[in-house]
Design a binder for this molecule. Structure first.
Ligand SMILES: N[C@@H](CCC(=O)N[C@@H](CS)C(=O)NCC(=O)O)C(=O)O
Length: 119
């Protein structure tokens, strides 16, 4: 089972590499503002998780320089469990003036990114 999952994960990564989406173009001022906003976001994820690939593809399409954190390794794994509440990926850590929010569910994360950055 572990081997099959590993093979499927590699296939997903190869297909994702071949069919990588193109990023949208913004003026350099707009992109600079977007980059500043994206610096407050961190994606906790696994490389070959299909739900994480889906989120990374959308971030690429939206030209977001989203920092990823491998939730299989320390200290990100503990941070995700202790602060986010569970060891599940993808999870978007959102820092704002009210504090920190941990958003689980790939479809919610994608909807959030699109609402905020798809202009
Ligand atoms: N419905 C969730 C599914 C996420 C999910 O199942 N993630 C798996 C990895 S692909 C996970 O975190 N499993 C827990 C673990 O491996 O510890 C989503 O769309 O984000």
């Amino acid at each position: 089972m572990k081997v099959i999952r590993w093979i499927l994960g590699r296939i997903i990564l190869v297909l994702n590499f071949i069919f990588s989406p193109r990023g949208i173009k913004r003026s350099s001022e707009q992109q600079h503002e977007v980059n500043k906003a994206v610096a407050q976001l961190k994606l906790y994820q696994f490389d070959a998780c299909p739900f994480c690939v889906k989120v990374r593809r959308e971030a690429k399409r939206l030209s977001l320089p989203l920092e990823t954190r491998d939730a299989k390794i320390s200290p990100w794994e503990q941070e995700l469990i202790e602060q986010g509440g569970k060891r599940k990926v993808p999870c978007l850590r959102i820092e704002n003036e009210d504090g920190v929010e941990w958003m689980y569910e790939s479809s919610d994360i994608i909807a959030y990114l699109q609402k905020r950055f798809n202009s």
